[in-house]
Design a protein around this ligand. Structure first.
Ligand code: BDR
Ligand code: CA
Length: 317
């Protein structure tokens, strides 16, 4: 299978991504690294270990990573319940993370892989930025980075900024200029992929623990503070869509476009500015122009195709 590493802040939809990655026969999940995001990093580690156990994959190495963004304090968003996992009352994990930090595990696993690794960050990009700055040679064994983050149009953490990029904008800027092929699976496609409620009910009724957990997670409605719990639809694949895009890249429509992260304080901080002009980058072709990263930006997604792929994969046992 395709060697992949997921860097996550589990997280209801990160958990959906993990369940999918473990079960898809075309993927070889070599490690999982954890970062502070939706919840604090120790909560993320605990949730991640629990999900892998429930999914029947208790041997995948899991490492604890950054406790906070590069510059700002951590600002967890309790949209996934108090425990970051929808408060489903899941058991505590029976093992601990590996005894090296996330950057060390990423470095080790990327260079040890016989084939170039696809990195799938579904969280703030702190660990990835630290990796790229500490061990720049890893890029020679990275096939592509497919990250969930950013937005071409509307944000969620702010009117214009998506949570993962907003939480650590400097880290996202480091990622975008990494010099490896990058796919941005942003909010524009992220929010579209929703599993119909009849399918969610079927998964919840399953006697197989991993399949049932996927159903419980899909039934969770993420609620931002101050919002009614029914504000967002249940059934969203969320981060798991980025993993679907690794298995089935033809399920998304992308364009190679310049993307820049706003690092300015104030209203635009954390916004991903995607240049969709017919001749992108035009005005910037002057002396002293900033480095413009070209990114494959997902603009469309075949919703039915990803829902089918997801269900067929998590219902395998
Ligand atoms: C991102 O933030 C988290 O709520 C989700 O897990 C996803 O990674 C969406 O903005
Ligand atoms: Ca996430």
């Amino acid at each position: 299978g395709i060697p992949v590493i997921i860097d996550c802040d589990t997280g209801v939809d990160d958990a959906l991504a993990l369940l999918f990655a473990v079960r898809h026969p075309g993927l070889d999940l070599r490690a999982v690294t954890c970062v502070a995001g939706n919840t604090d990093v120790d909560g993320v580690v605990r949730n991640t270990l629990t999900v892998l156990e429930q999914a029947g994959a208790p041997d995948i190495p899991v490492a604890r990573g950054a406790e906070r963004p590069l510059i700002e304090p951590a600002r967890p968003a309790p949209v996934h319940g108090v425990d970051g996992m929808g408060d489903l009352g899941l058991p505590l994990p029976g093992r601990r993370p590996v005894d090296v930090d996330a950057v060390t595990l990423l470095h080790r696993e990327i260079l040890a892989s016989p084939r170039p690794v696809t990195l799938i960050p579904t969280a703030p990009l702190t660990n990835i930025a630290l990796l790229l700055r500490t061990h720049p040679e890893v890029t020679r064994n990275i096939e592509r980075i497919v990250f969930m983050g950013g937005a071409v149009a509307t944000g969620n953490a702010t009117p214009v900024a998506e949570f993962n990029v907003w939480h650590d904008p400097e880290a996202a800027a480091v990622l975008l200029t990494a010099g490896v092929p990058i796919t941005m699976y942003g909010l524009d496609v992220f929010t579209q992929v929703v599993v119909p409620s009849a399918d969610v009910h079927r998964l919840r009724a399953s006697s197989e623990p991993g399949t049932r957990l996927a159903g419980e997670l899909l039934a969770h409605r993420p609620a931002h503070p101050g919002e009614a719990p029914e504000a967002e639809e249940a059934g969203g694949l969320g981060d798991a869509g980025a993993v679907c895009a690794v298995v089935d890249p033809a399920g998304i429509g992308t364009r190679l476009l310049p993307v820049e992260v706003s690092l300015a304080p104030g209203a635009t901080r954390g916004q991903t500015i995607v240049d969709r002009r017919p001749r992108p980058g035009e005005a910037e072709h002057h002396e002293g122009a900033r480095e413009q990263a070209l990114v494959d930006v997902a603009l469309d997604v075949d919703v039915e195709r990803f829902v089918k792929l997801y269900l067929a994969t998590v219902e395998r046992s």
